[in-house]
Design a protein around this ligand. Structure first.
Ligand SMILES: *Cc1c(COP(=O)(O)O)cnc(C)c1O
Length: 340
């Protein structure tokens, strides 16, 4: 048994997110029974997986006496939006350091201004939620170094800043998904499901690592298939393993076998946040079959992976697969052109 009870935590969601069957999508694909974990319905502005991580990260910031948060991400970062939403809830300052998108060909490394953000989607919400500052850098910049420099400046002004890494994916943030694994297992047991796999997007890997540690720590054998959104398999898996190991170590759990970490790299396309045909098909299919919106950057690519695995015959028709809906829908409107 894993106990998170002694670890400081804030609460941003009322109860559990639903675990629901998707009968029409399952029938359309003619594969396994697909269920969906609705983490798009977590609390804070428009929900999504960062809310679970932030319950632990913000509690840690408050324990340390922080009065301002600094975090980093892309110009359409869901993590930045939710960190800012948590800051508003807690009465903290919040500064965002973001990088421009890759250019359309995926070669867009460059100075700030080469690919400026549009005032829509999450970037619009940074404004509406009143970010204390938003600084945009060119794609490929060292955002964490910029965050540390800003933290130094704020300390010079007598403030106490707390820096949250990209995606909130350190050991503290991953605890949110250790906890989610427990919630999910309770729901799986209550619905008497025999789950063959959990399919999850894998970006900064905090969600997947937390799930892997939580499931293994609870004695479950359910594998977590990560679908990478920005990296090849050989680049992503070491990142997941590192966070799995450090999270298990932090909780005093035995190490998780290496083969519990899978991050499939076949669905990234030409780069992070760049559209793929499979993503467009997946977003349209979930919407048309079930009325569920996915996002083009994370859940759309992860669903494209799920659909491809089903078409490859990876799961039997009598098997059950759980798809993690990690949120991100505000970004859909910023990337509407992918659906032209
Ligand atoms: C951040 C994010 C992910 C990826 O989660 P990681 O923990 O970074 O791997 C998936 N979906 C959405 C909508 C996100 O915002």
């Amino acid at each position: 048994m894993i106990s998170l009870e002694k670890i400081p935590r804030r609460s941003y969601t009322d109860g559990s997110t639903p675990l629901e069957p998707l009968p029409r999508l399952s029938a359309e694909l003619g594969g396994p029974q697909i269920w969906i974990k609705r983490d798009d319905r977590l609390g804070l502005t428009q929900g999504g997986n960062k809310t679970r991580k932030l319950e632990f990260l913000i509690a840690d910031a408050l324990e340390q006496g922080a009065d301002s948060l600094i975090t980093v991400g892309g110009v359409q970062s869901n993590h930045c939006r939710l960190t800012l939403a948590a800051a508003r809830r807690e009465g903290l300052e919040c500064h965002l350091i973001v990088e421009e998108d890759l250019g359309p060909e995926g070669t867009g490394l460059g100075p700030a201004g080469a690919n400026p953000p549009e005032h829509t989607g999450n970037f619009l919400l940074f404004d509406l939620l009143g970010a204390d500052s938003v600084t945009v850098f060119g794609n490929g910049s060292d955002l964490l170094r910029e965050a540390q420099a800003l933290a130094d400046r704020l300390r010079g002004e007598g403030k106490t800043p707390y820096v949250i890494p990209v995606g909130g994916s350190n050991v503290i943030g991953a605890l949110g998904y250790v906890d989610c694994a427990d919630e999910l297992l309770k729901q799986i047991n209550a619905a008497e499901l025999d789950v063959a796999a959990v399919v999850s997007p894998s970006g900064s890997a905090g969600m997947q690592a937390g799930l892997v540690v939580g499931l293994h720590g609870a004695g479950s054998e359910i594998p977590v298939l990560g679908i990478n959104v920005s990296r090849s398999r050989s680049e992503q898996e070491p990142k997941i393993v590192e966070l799995v190991d450090s999270t298990a170590d932090f909780l005093g759990l035995p190490p998780v076998p290496r083969d519990h970490t899978v991050g499939l790299g076949d669905y990234v396309g030409s780069g992070y946040a760049l559209p793929t045909e499979g993503m467009v098909e997946a977003v349209r299919l979930f919407a048309r079959a079930e009325g569920i919106l996915l996002d083009p950057v994370y859940t759309g690519k992860a669903a494209a992976g799920l659909i491809d695995l089903i078409r490859q015959g990876r799961f039997g028709t009598d098997e059950t697969v759980v798809f993690m809906h990690s949120g991100g829908v505000p970004g859909l409107y910023a990337r509407a052109r992918a659906f032209d």
